[in-house]
Ligand binder design. Structure first.
Ligand code: SF4
Ligand code: MG
Length: 336
């Protein structure tokens, strides 16, 4: 299978009052039809910024993409005109956010909202669009779908509302669905139902999913591949098995050690490793994880680690796995 989405060396900076900060630094990943890539990391790691870059939804006045490519079906999305991008958005690539109300108009009946989304991208008569909206509601498991077409968003529960948003996002059968913490606001039972729904629909439509989450339980359940992000970089990238069973980066190890309690009522924020992510505005030249890493070596403070390929699918950004680590800093000599 060919890649449907290829993100290559993506950089995103924001202009702030205190100068420019780089929120995403050299992020690369790829996705084939029907595959799920999970992007995992703490808040502020650059997950959502990466997702928004793909959709070209970054704030226009403050965000800059100085480097990188986002290839969708071979075309760099960053080079598309706004008009062409609007055609892609919602029909070929769509996005589901954590808060369903982000995507819903509270004053419009949901049937009408789904129909409007459809009519933006497809030539349908009103009754065809209504029929398609009804099918979508049924597909995502809204009971009494025919009646519910005429209900307003506030007349749905949180879980049902997220189902409506998924119906909207998938109505045009997009090739890629980007889901940014789609179930974080929901309780665990509903969360599992929504994830199962996404899986079923993915199978039906062969959609590729970019799933952004901080919850490794969700990752284990959904992902084929995983990109672990820290301070704007992908620090480890691999198949689900490589990330879970052949873990190489100390940060990934920390995340796995903090897998949330499955009986928890809500997904907990990650508390992986003592300390907090670095301030992106004052990052030094060394490894951004050095201050929290249990394996820090002298080299880590001064030099940024380089990417080491461990297999065709597995790579890591850490001096521990790098044969180029200077001799006098080699891991064996540290901590002995
Ligand atoms: Fe830890 Fe050094 Fe690896 Fe960074 S490069 S994760 S500080 S061992
Ligand atoms: Mg986020």
């Amino acid at each position: 299978k060919e890649n449907i989405l290829d993100v290559d060396n993506l950089h995103v900076s924001f202009k702030t009052r205190n100068g420019e900060i780089t929120a995403v630094k050299g992020v690369s990943f790829s996705l084939k039809k029907g595959e799920t890539l999970a992007i995992v990391g703490e808040s502020g790691s650059g997950k959502s910024v990466t997702a928004k870059s793909i959709m070209r939804l970054l704030p226009k006045h403050s965000a800059v993409i100085p480097q990188g490519e986002i290839k969708f079906e071979g075309q760099d999305l960053l080079e598309l005109s706004l008009k062409d991008m609007q055609q892609v958005r919602g029909s070929k690539i769509s996005m589901v956010f954590q808060d369903p109300m982000t995507s819903l108009n509270p004053t419009m009946k949901i049937g009408k909202q789904i129909m409007e989304g459809l009519k933006k991208h497809q030539t349908l008569t009103k009754s065809e669009a209504r029929q398609r909206a009804l099918e979508m509601l049924e597909l995502v498991g809204i009971p009494n779908a025919k009646k519910r077409l005429d209900a307003y968003p506030h007349q749905f529960s949180g879980g049902m509302r997220q189902r409506v948003v998924i119906a909207m996002a998938l109505a045009c059968i997009p090739q890629v669905l980007i889901a940014d913490e789609p179930t974080t606001a929901l309780d665990v039972t509903i969360q599992a139902q929504i994830l199962q729904l996404m899986k079923n629909l993915q199978e039906k439509m062969d959609t590729a999913i970019v799933l952004i989450t901080h919850d490794l339980g969700v990752v284990a359940n959904m992902a084929d591949k995983v990109a672990v992000m820290y301070a704007g970089e992908v620090v480890e990238y691999g198949t689900l098995d490589e990330i879970f069973y052949e873990t190489q980066h100390p940060y990934t190890l920390g995340l796995l050690g903090s897998m949330p309690n499955l009986n928890a009522k809500r997904s907990e924020p990650l508390i992986p490793i003592p300390g907090s992510p670095p301030d992106l505005a004052t990052l030094g030249t060394g490894c951004p994880f050095a201050a929290r890493c249990p394996y820090t070596m002298a080299v880590c403070h001064d030099y940024h680690p380089r990417k080491t390929e461990l297999s065709e699918s597995h790579s890591v950004l850490c001096w521990l796995q790098d044969s180029r680590t200077p001799e006098n800093h080699a891991p064996e000599t540290v901590g002995s």
